[in-house]
Design a binder for this molecule. Structure first.
Ligand code: SAH
Length: 349
């Protein structure tokens, strides 16, 4: 265990306040942030433009690292999945996804998940605890160091283990560091937070950080969605979609991304495809179809290719932007919904 406070849990304005409260000049916080987030230097001894006193203070009073790399698996397609160890000996997974024009890092927000979606491996492992914002931020630091040769990913998606909106404060604090030009400096539009639909917190998220919103939709009727996503019983489709229509960002025509995991015989019919455009009317929508990635904790399978083609054909020309997402890293269990199996095995051992 590490009792010193985690420096990466504070966005830059709060770090400046903290330094000021300790009698240090505020700009020192900016210098420290530049070392850690821009140059990837986490050992105060390497922060050569700081005084010896301040370096000793950092060393003695703050923890600068929240996670250690436990193992990294590389897929034949270049995707890398890492298991990262917390101070209390839990594992969290992050996935590095190189593409032609960008590199996306998928981060986790919780250890396990309480949402219990019936097709998701993380959902079947139950909930252990929220990650701190330092643990969210450190996924970026560790992955860029061990997988990215020091390069910051161009995009970060909050689509790993856990439900981000049930850990909202930590997620917002981490996002603020990601999009701060004096920290990681990502454009806000290159950060995406995905939610299963915790309706009362969606507006709060977007008021606090101007990032992309993704909604895990997965069905066109409440009957089917409640079977896949139990939270739908509390916030059914009309409540969710109604709330989205009322968002400031939606009235300003910012698109909402919808994830739709295609599951054979469950939500993959031509009728489903035909219902989708009407359901999403009034919301500038981008639909991401993800064929179900199978795993041992779920009875579900992806549809046959011909069924997916029919689904796509039924959606064509209906005014929606639709993409079919290629699974990345399925050979290392790194694809959507496959996180957590090894973590669970490891923590059970
Ligand atoms: N809890 C948030 C963040 C996780 S995002 C959310 O649900 O939005 C992970 C995405 O992968 C979600 O859209 C999830 O529904 C999807 N997913 C889960 N299990 C999957 C599987 N086995 N195959 C394909 N996609 C899956």
């Amino acid at each position: 265990m590490n009792a010193r406070p985690q420096l990466k849990s504070l966005a830059l304005d709060r770090l400046r306040d903290q330094f000021a409260a300790e009698g240090l000049p505020r700009y020192r916080a900016d210098q420290v942030a530049a070392w850690i987030y821009q140059r990837g230097v986490e050992d105060p001894r390497g922060m050569t433009d700081l005084s010896h006193e301040l370096r000793a203070h950092l060393q003695g009073s703050w923890a600068l690292r929240a996670l250690e790399v436990e193992r990294v698996d590389y897929s034949s397609d270049g995707t890398a999945k890492a298991a990262l160890r917390t101070h209390d000996d839990l594992l969290v997974e992050a996935v590095w996804i190189p593409e032609e024009d960008r590199t996306t890092l998928c981060v986790s927000t919780q250890i396990g998940c309480a949402m219990a979606c019936s097709f998701c491996a993380t959902g079947s492992m139950g909930f252990a605890r929220n990650l701190t914002s330092a643990e969210i931020v450190d996924q970026v630091c560790r992955m860029r160091e061990v997988v990215g040769s020091g390069r910051t990913p161009s995009n970060v998606v909050f689509m790993g283990m856990g439900e981000p909106l049930l850990n909202l404060d930590a997620v917002v604090e981490a996002v603020r560091l990601l999009i701060d030009p004096k920290a990681f400096g990502l454009a806000p539009r290159r950060v995406t937070v995905s939610t299963v639909g915790v309706v009362p917190r969606i507006g709060a998220l977007l008021e606090r950080v101007p990032i992309n919103l993704a909604i895990s939709l997965h069905a066109t009727t409440d009957e089917v969605r409640s079977r896949l996503v139990p939270l739908n019983r509390r916030y059914p489709l009309e409540a969710l979609l109604g709330a989205l229509r009322g968002l400031d960002s939606v009235t300003r025509r910012r698109p909402v991304f919808f994830e739709y995991t295609l599951i054979a015989g469950v939500n993959d019919s031509v009728e489903d495809a035909r219902r989708l455009p009407a359901l999403l009317a009034g919301i500038p929508s981008k639909v991401n179809l993800i064929p179900m990635n199978p795993h041992p904790d779920s009875p579900y399978a992806p549809p046959e290719a011909a069924v997916i083609d029919d689904f796509l054909a039924a959606l064509a020309g209906r005014g929606l932007t639709v993409t079919l997402r290629r699974s990345r890293g399925p050979d290392i269990q790194a694809a959507c919904g496959q996180l957590a199996l090894r973590t669970r095995a490891a923590s059970a051992a």
